[in-house]
Design a protein around this ligand. Structure first.
Ligand SMILES: NC(=O)c1ccc[n+]([C@@H]2O[C@H](COP(=O)([O-])OP(=O)(O)OC[C@H]3O[C@@H](n4cnc5c(N)ncnc54)[C@H](O)[C@@H]3O)[C@@H](O)[C@H]2O)c1
Ligand SMILES: O=C(O)C(=O)C[C@@H](O)[C@H](O)[C@H](O)COP(=O)(O)O
Ligand SMILES: [Zn+2]
Length: 359
């Protein structure tokens, strides 16, 4: 087994390791066996695009004495649905996963959110391990315990807070990630730079990116926020939603999967930066820096063909909306987020920034 020191996430009553390294899928079984806690039969739930990685993981589990049941989920945002949740829960029951069983979620944020949700409610909760294979899932969704699915009305409207028992980040899996998905993951890293650590923005401007350190730094930032406010009750955790008010509305308004999540967040950060300039005194150069980074990493800065009416409808179901007003994460300065109730008129004035009327 490779010797690596994990990062630790402490959230509520649970503390868990985040292992970051190369080739972790190959010896994951032994790391799990070391906990000496589980039934032999465990569920390996995998995105069906990832058959090779799933087989490697299953072989490692079998070698360590487990009896892994492989359960496939179709790729794409459409799988974060009530339908796929039901199918997965029934498969867990059919395969007699018991309370000492565990669910290992192998894939990107879609698979992790869906399977994490299933683990949190099956038998009222079984052990969950996240094995993220996209950059976005490595830097964000595998850590912090938000799980859930979408409804046609809006993103992530049903879910739980359910921390994993551990997270295995195998950086080798990034080698097969499509370019578009790699870029989408960078949008969440840009988010961390904007809300917490402007030095990350400088790293993202460099020619060659150091994936290991980008993942480590991102996980550290997210872990620190989650440790302070696991269930988003004080408002601290809400800062991780920078760019997501518009982002989620765009995903729902355009139909899930039209824009990938990171692209929608990139566009949403532009709107939030503009509002921050207008309402919170964010210097204009911060918005310009954001634009340069989005351009540098091939993320869209405007989109054609989206109806303002549908964006407005989707904004009405944002989970941060309270007492008739949308609460936004804005910035007073880079690294200095604040929650602000933004009047509808200001939102209307800002949205055209990302609407490409030429399309
Ligand atoms: N829970 C959270 O805290 C949290 C945080 C951020 C995002 N999210 C959610 O995550 C989802 C987006 O996740 P995502 O960006 O990982 O997308 P994704 O899970 O849809 O994966 C993107 C695509 O890459 C493929 N893929 C995955 N790993 C691969 C690999 N190593 N090689 C080749 N192909 C690979 C998948 O099959 C899929 O087609 C959204 O639903 C978003 O709401 C959740
Ligand atoms: O972990 C969080 O908290 C986040 O807000 C991270 C976001 O990047 C992520 O997209 C999350 O799924 C959003 O959750 P939601 O509660 O706003 O739906
Ligand atoms: Zn996100």
């Amino acid at each position: 087994m490779n010797s690596i020191t994990p990062l630790t996430v402490s959230a509520g009553s649970r503390s868990y390791p985040v292992w970051i390294g190369e080739g972790l899928l190959e010896d994951l079984g032994h790391r799990l066996a070391a906990s000496d806690h589980f039934s032999r039969r465990i569920a390996l739930v995998a995105d069906s695009n990832l058959r090779g990685y799933a087989k490697t993981t299953a072989a490692s589990l079998a070698e360590a004495g487990f009896d892994p049941v492989l359960l496939w989920v179709p790729p794409g945002e459409g799988s974060k649905s009530l339908g796929q949740l039901g199918i997965l829960l029934e498969k867990l029951a059919e395969n007699r996963i018991d309370r000492k069983g565990a669910l290992l979620a192998l894939g990107g944020g879609v698979l992790g959110d869906l399977a994490g949700f299933a683990a949190s409610i099956f038998l009222r909760g079984i052990a969950l391990y996240q094995i993220p294979t996209t950059l976005l899932a490595m830097v964000d969704s595998s850590v912090g315990g938000k799980t859930g699915i979408n409804l046609p009305q809006g993103k992530n409207l049903v879910g739980t807070f359910y921390q994993p028992w551990g997270v295995f980040v195998d950086l080798k899996t990034l080698s097969t990630l499509p370019e578009r998905e790699r870029r989408a993951g960078l949008a969440e890293v840009i988010k961390y730079g904007m809300i917490a650590d402007p030095s990350l923005l400088a790293c993202l401007a460099e020619k060659a990116l150091d994936w290991r350190s980008l993942v480590r730094r991102s996980v550290q930032i997210k872990a620190a926020v989650v440790a302070e406010d696991e269930r988003e009750t004080t408002g601290r955790r809400a800062v991780l939603n920078f760019g997501h008010t518009t982002g989620h509305a765009l995903e729902a308004a355009l139909g899930y999967g039209t824009l990938v999540h990171g692209e929608a967040v990139g566009l949403g950060m532009r709107v939030a930066a503009l509002l921050s300039q207008r309402l919170c005194g964010l210097p204009e150069r911060a918005g310009e820096l954001l634009d340069r980074l989005l351009e540098r990493h091939g993320l869209p800065r405007a989109i054609p063909g989206v109806s303002l009416f549908r964006i407005r409808e989707a904004l009405l179901v944002d989970k941060k909306r309270e007492r008739g007003a949308n609460r936004w994460v804005l910035l007073r300065a880079l690294g200095d987020p604040v929650l602000v109730d933004v009047p509808d008129a200001e939102i209307e004035r800002a949205l055209p920034l990302i609407l490409d009327s030429a399309g």
